[in-house]
Design a protein around this ligand. Structure first.
Ligand SMILES: [Mg+2]
Length: 363
């Protein structure tokens, strides 16, 4: 059956399901960030995988009372991207740059990277004269290829899910405020496309990982098209990674598989070493994983992403956005969601984004 037939055509998708997917995507992104953040930078051993299993069991226990799991820069910047779309009918990138900077100076201790902080200072000091210049100047003019553009792109993927070319344009510009390297931009585009693709999938129908990867690969082929004389090493970078995702998904799970995933896909802060990993986590978690004891595919996605270690908050955030966009809100245990610092605010933001898109009055 063709992927088109397998997927729901969004025109016929009930508005209530679409709204539920908007909510779950943004909530999933924030849950991944909040729950992943305590493990950021860790190398996870098999013993720690058991501890992470207990951590999630505890978070799902209705009697558990603990402080909120705090959000980091991933959620802070994703909130600004959502606001940028909700508040202005036409994308205004200067407005977005100001939202990022205002949010940072209001609450700077949210784990922002040093380079992005430098961009924020330069933007502020230059009075937002040229909003792309500070990021463009970084790394001797080559720009950052970090995963900062990808981690915050979810609202753009939702808002423009049926305006593909425009979605790519907005995601590119929203990324370039902080990340101008082609790998940083294309990583954000890959995450954006993957979310909009997950949004279009019927949650009642199992995703075929091969079809999902091939669809992504075809789209990245268009994006990564470069001058034939240009032998840049970044050429086809994400297409190659997606082929690795597909191959790894076909392998039977054993003790060594997670190491292979880390080795071949990565778990770092660059977009190249984290966006394909998040897509892999999302697709793998649609089936049982022997080291993870839960029947819930949403929890399995986040929990599995964290067990890979490294940039856990951002990889879990991106994987959580994908799982939410596919599964919808019903898949997220509300007890688990309540442990997340901004859970109510994020749902409100998703509803406002949905209403802004539909042109409906906000209830
Ligand atoms: Mg973070």
């Amino acid at each position: 059956m063709s992927p088109v037939l397998k997927n729901i055509i969004m025109a016929t998708l009930e508005s209530s399901l679409l709204k539920s997917k908007f909510r779950a995507c943004l909530l999933g992104s924030s849950i991944g960030d909040c729950f992943g953040s305590p493990y950021e930078g860790d190398i996870i051993t098999s013993g720690e995988k058991i501890i992470i299993q207990r951590y999630f069991d505890k978070l799902e226990d209705p009697n558990f009372k603990g402080p909120y799991k705090q959000y980091t820069d991933d959620t802070a910047m994703m909130k600004s991207v959502a606001k940028f779309l909700i508040d202005k009918p036409e994308p205004d990138y200067k407005f977005l740059a100001k939202l990022f900077v205002t949010e940072y100076f209001k609450d700077p201790k949210r784990g922002y990277g040093q380079n992005v902080v430098e961009v924020f200072h330069k933007l502020k000091n230059s009075k937002f004269d040229d909003i792309f210049k500070p990021a463009n100047e970084q790394f001797l003019g080559s720009g950052s290829y970090g995963n900062g553009g990808a981690m915050r792109v979810a609202p753009i993927a939702l808002y423009f899910y049926n305006k593909y070319n425009y979605m790519l344009e907005v995601a590119t510009n929203a990324t370039k405020i902080t990340h101008t390297n082609i790998l940083g931009i294309n990583g954000a585009l890959l995450q954006c496309i993957a979310i909009s693709q997950a949004l279009l999938c019927d949650p009642e129908t199992k995703i075929d990982p091969k079809v999902f990867c091939n669809q992504l690969c075809d789209k990245m082929k268009e994006i990564e098209k470069v001058d034939e004389d240009d032998l840049d090493a970044t050429q086809n970078a994400y297409q190659e990674k997606l082929k690795i995702v597909e191959n790894l998904l076909e392998k039977k799970h054993d003790d060594k598989l997670d190491e292979e995933v880390i080795l071949h896909l990565g778990h770092g802060i660059s977009a190249y070493e984290s966006v394909p990993t998040a897509i892999y986590c999302f697709l793998k978690a649609q089936n049982e994983i022997p080291t993870i004891d839960t029947g819930n595919a949403f929890r399995r996605t986040i929990q599995y992403a964290i067990t890979l270690g490294g940039d856990t908050d951002t990889i879990a955030c991106m994987a959580g956005a994908l799982a939410g966009a596919y599964l919808g809100e019903e898949a997220i245990n509300p007890i688990l969601a309540k442990q997340c610092e901004l859970n109510k605010e994020i749902l409100e933001l998703a509803d406002n984004l949905f209403s802004a898109r539909e042109g409906l009055p906000i209830e």
